[in-house]
Design a protein around this ligand. Structure first.
Ligand SMILES: [Mn+2]
Length: 402
């Protein structure tokens, strides 16, 4: 059996709106909005340079169900580049870009093969005679909770069998439980590769058979941190090789800064700056959350909200002025290293644990959420936001007490 080489990407979310970038300067925000496309173009470049046999896109190409004409046309331009290079593309649509949205239809070149809403098989004939069967389906609507993998039927006769599936591996509770499947389901189909999509954090789910979530191609917010990219997969009989290719040029990251014993303003500022300048050797741009380790702090004003806000804006000013490749967008104190001076007595620890047990957000926020104008614009708080509010409340309480 001869080898095949292909590129697998998922969760492009090309038209992501990138809301809530108020802590990022305009130029960075503009670049971020463009970044998924840049990442996608680099995927196409890689596919062409590496002369892959085909490209697999495992769902959520577009972020909104009403994909814009502009985004589709830009996407098509990339498909045309692949056509010119003789690279076919196999696409499934996911929960974000399901088929029921109302968008204007754009014709794609004939190297683009989109799976329909029922699981089906498409075959790829390589010039050396190798035959590949590809299986997949596109979401007909946003919520697909059935075990769609059960509808994938292996059709014998090919050298390789590859499944494209946009769905949730059982056990990943942080994600919408769409088109769920288990490791056992993957194994039982007896395919050679599973090109998964849906979970934005990349992971190799199984090695026998090989099954990979490549993650999204560009982080869109602080939760989508770290390097982002796609995979080049080589199948050679029962052997396989996989290689991660970085595509994101803007990376969300966190860095910890230990407050020095002296805890003077200048020493803290220097420490933060040193931490940031370490990024200058990297070619990517970094959006950085600085996490303060406050265990050496013996004065309650250091680590106060005002103090951190001041340091942050000084760093931001310098970053903008000197055009650093790193933008500190936020500064927080790590909760386990809250300055000792702020948390030691039985009274304060009782107070803090009271805050931690607080759950009546809805009640407390009622006046705001019932306000005629406010309620139109407010989203409900995420769990993470609630946690952050409690964290801030604890720090403020302690500072006021002191
Ligand atoms: Mn997605």
């Amino acid at each position: 059996m001869r080898p095949i080489v292909f590129l697998h990407a998922a969760d492009l979310h090309l038209d992501s709106p990138f809301t809530g970038l108020k802590s990022v300067p305009q130029a960075w925000a503009d670049e971020l909005r463009e970044s998924p496309f840049k990442a996608f173009r680099s995927i196409i470049d890689t596919a062409i340079h590496q002369k892959v046999d085909f490209l697999l896109l495992s769902g959520d190409l577009y972020d909104g169900e009403n994909r814009s004409l502009r985004t589709q046309v830009r996407f098509r331009r990339e498909m045309e580049r692949l056509k010119a290079a003789g690279v076919p593309v196999y696409i499934i649509h996911g929960n974000h870009d399901h088929l029921s949205g109302s968008w204007i239809h754009v014709d794609f070149p004939d190297n683009v093969h989109v799976f329909s809403e029922k699981a089906e098989m498409k075959s790829f004939h390589k010039s050396d005679g190798t035959l590949v069967h590809l299986y997949g389906f596109s979401y007909p609507k946003r919520h697909v909770t059935e075990k769609m993998i059960d509808t994938y039927v292996k059709i014998e006769g090919a050298d390789y069998h590859i499944g494209l599936l946009h769905g949730n591996l059982e056990g990943f509770t942080a994600h919408s439980p769409y088109a769920p499947f288990s490791l056992r389901d993957l194994t039982e189909k007896n395919f050679d590769y599973w090109a998964l999509g849906h979970i934005h954090k990349r992971q190799i789910v199984a090695e026998q058979p090989l099954a990979i979530y490549p993650g999204n191609i560009q982080g869109r917010n602080r939760k989508e941190s770290g390097e982002k990219g796609c995979y080049i997969i080589e199948l050679n009989g029962a052997d396989w090789k996989h290689r991660f290719i970085r595509t994101a040029e803007m990376i969300w990251d966190t860095a910890t800064v230990m407050i020095p014993e002296t805890s003077t303003f200048d020493s803290i500022l220097t420490e933060c700056k040193n931490r940031l300048t370490k990024y200058h050797t990297f070619t990517e741009k970094y959006l950085l959350e600085l996490i303060i380790d406050g265990r050496n702090v013996h004065h309650p004003n250091v680590c106060s909200e005002e103090f951190l806000a001041d340091i942050l804006s000084i760093l931001q000013e310098q970053s903008e002025h000197e055009e650093w490749n790193v933008w500190p967008y936020r500064m927080t104190v790590h909760k386990d290293t809250m300055p000792a001076v702020l948390q030691d007595t039985p009274f304060t620890s009782e107070l803090l644990s009271k805050v931690e047990r607080f759950t009546e957000f809805e009640e407390a926020l009622q006046p705001l959420y019932r306000h005629g104008i406010a309620k139109k614009w407010l989203d409900s708080l995420t769990e993470e936001e609630q946690e952050q509010i409690l964290k801030d409340a604890k720090r403020m309480l302690l500072q006021m007490l002191h």
